[in-house]
Write a protein that binds this ligand. Structure first.
Ligand code: PNS
Length: 159
């Protein structure tokens, strides 16, 4: 069984993430979308809120499990007998970090692989950070996030 892990902050999940998930599903048996529980990083949403939003938007897909983790990604993968990490690649600026991260992980856990999905062109410059900034200042984010995320952002940044 080919278990893939799609790790990330997902603060919050965007249509760019969902596009990667939709495209990777046909090539795995099970996909674990894993939210990093990182207390060092200031986030807009708690890990619980991020997991709940992902669960709501992905609930109709039986191959997907949504989880959180607070350890090294390689340890989480071993625990779940996962073979492959999935990461999305946007502009060239993502590449160096992702390359380093993939090599570090491979060094720690040689049996695993990292695969990169190139982003859909329309999400080339989309990021959770940009979505939060747009939402904070009243910009239009309709094409970037699912409706429930838009509502959660409106609640977060109201008043
Ligand atoms: O969405 P992000 O913030 O780009 O995701 C980064 C993430 C969660 C994939 C990465 O920071 C991660 O897996 N962290 C877990 C800790 C770890 O394994 N670090 C590797 C040593 S550098």
């Amino acid at each position: 069984m080919n278990v893939f892990v799609y790790p990330g902050s997902f603060d919050p999940v965007t249509n760019g993430h969902l596009d990667i998930i939709k495209r990777v599903l046909p090539i795995c048996d099970k996909l674990i979308v894993a939210v990093l529980n990182n207390s060092d990083k200031v986030s807009a949403f708690s890990v619980n809120e991020r997991v709940m939003m992902l669960k709501q938007v992905l609930e109709s897909e039986p191959k997907i499990e949504v989880d959180s983790f607070d350890k090294l990604l390689v340890d989480y993968m071993r625990l779940h007998e996962a073979t492959t990490v999935v990461r999305g690649l946007r502009a060239v600026s993502d590449f160096e970090n992702e390359f380093m991260f993939a090599l570090l992980n491979k060094n720690q856990y040689p049996e695993m692989e990292t695969i990169f999905m190139l982003t859909n062109q329309k999400y080339l410059y989309l990021s959770s950070r940009m979505v939060k900034e747009l939402a904070m200042y009243g910009g239009n984010i309709d094409e970037y996030v699912p409706a429930i995320v838009k509502e959660a952002l409106a609640r977060r940044y109201s008043a």
